[in-house]
Design a protein around this ligand. Sequence first.
Ligand code: M6R
Length: 608
Amino acid sequence: MCGITGCVSTQDCVPLMIESLGRLAYRGYDSAGVAVCDAGGIKLRREHGKLENLMALLARQPLSGRTGIGHTRWATHGRPSESNAHPQTYKKIAIVHNGIIENFMPLRAELEAGGHVFSSETDTEIVAHLISDAYETCADFSKAVRIALARVRGSYAIVAICADCPDELVAARLQSPLLVGLGNNMNFATSDISAVLPYTRRFIFLEDGDFVRMTHDAVSLFDAQGKIITREAKTIEWDIRAAEKQGYPHYMLKEIFEQPAKITDTFRGRILSESAEVNLDAPVNALELENVSRIQIVACGTSYHAGLLGKYMIEKMARLPVDVDVASEYRYRDPILKPDDGFIAISQSGETADTYACVKMARAAGAKILAICNVMDSSIARASDAAFYTRADPEIGVASTKAFTTQVASLALLAIHLGRKRNFLDAERARTCLEALRRVPSEMEVMLEQSDDVRKTAQKLLRANSFLYLGRNVHYPIALEGALKLKEITYIHAEAYPSGEMKHGPIALIDDRLPVIVIAPKNSTYEKTLSNLQEVRARGGRIISIVSEGDEDLSKLSEAYFTIPNCDEFVQPLYSVIYLQLLAYHIADLLGHDVDHPRNLAKSVTVE
Ligand code: M6R
């Protein structure tokens, strides 16, 4: 979704802001803009489309200033266009905004009745008008922002500049992420750590209702009443190179290849081989989830698929009932959650609006809340009782890959931990499981060498206009994940079904044009899946399969097949998903799509 950057410095901040906007582009956007304060007042440059368009405009009409704000917009209110791009300005005020102002229609009507003329269709512009009106009355910029925001309902991360205060940024947050970056003779307000990571590693994570006023050498925080508050600054350890492509054509491909290393990082210090125990981080241990009566998992998209695998693993290893819900459904269906329940929110970004809302519901219900997140100190992580970090480093590709496998690896550790604590998993079985997990990174490296073979298969599938993904048991969530990857970056329709459901409808789809991607390594349901595939074959279906090494029966039925190591069923998903990620990637790339910036999608869905 939209990205925010704001900078107040002793030097020209425009080049730095453009670089930052480049780092925000991965979030998904349709227009971009910057505004600065200089001696002549507010100066604005905006363009529809790619950041390159804005850069070309800046080359024709240069801009400079020590204080500025920038934005990449993903349209919600108002079509993508130059006039709807941010910053939005009114008189002496310019603002950038992430989120949605829910009462913008009555506010706009009221302002129009008072003589205000609007230049955009956005909800954001009304905030610039409100701040301007308040500023004309109180002549205090930060107070004007507070007065204006007291009138709006919805969610926002806002950064504002004022022509009369050329060395000052004012920012505020409510249910939309915003951070303050503390630099050397420069300070930042940003929606995203990686946007300004080259300039600082020290960040203050704003809380809902916080306001901040900053100059190049001072930052003050206050609440809605204007009372000074304090927030601790944190140092971010992320390696800045993790947010670079490092020679790969796309972030997604780089991130697929990073998975062995990131899973190793996820395991580091958490597997105790001697005792066959899992050492979760102290706050997670302290939650004592082993004592809850059931666990509710909530997540969206790829993280939801990881949650489905979490159910298989936790129920099997710890015999603890687990329900899994898509967050946007859960939050509106009056769910039953009790104080003796455990609640797990899974989110790469830690900022997904629906998942965040569910965490607040779990808090109200008194459940024990664990966040499984990648981004440290993200909103969901902070709103939970404890956070388990997946250590995947920044994930830039919109299509989630390394976040997924590190989430699954984390859930596997949690399942073993709960199994041990609840005495359903003996030390020998736990040791076998942990050893199987330990082998994943090196075995995965070998599988990744087959990327070129996957590309050759992808080449043969480019004309298909629909795909069916089949899997059973732990491979059903993987089928769902494979279909999601394909849809989001190739724009080809794909559907996933549990293999056992074939005869209940989807078998009618089978013909010689429909590629059927089957995930069927040797496990407890292998024989049954094999029968389902005979039925597909008998109807002329094209089978591309993921099989265990040495499986001749299934490979003979398949137009193409890829092998995973012979291993315990519960680690198989960590292997099988790799081929599905690669298949989607290569099809998208061969079709000429912008793999890292799929149309209409945003990396982090921070509005409903
Ligand atoms: O940051 P989150 O894990 O909460 O994001 C959830 C989904 O938006 C995300 O997984 C999305 O489905 C991915 N683009 C899928 O590749």
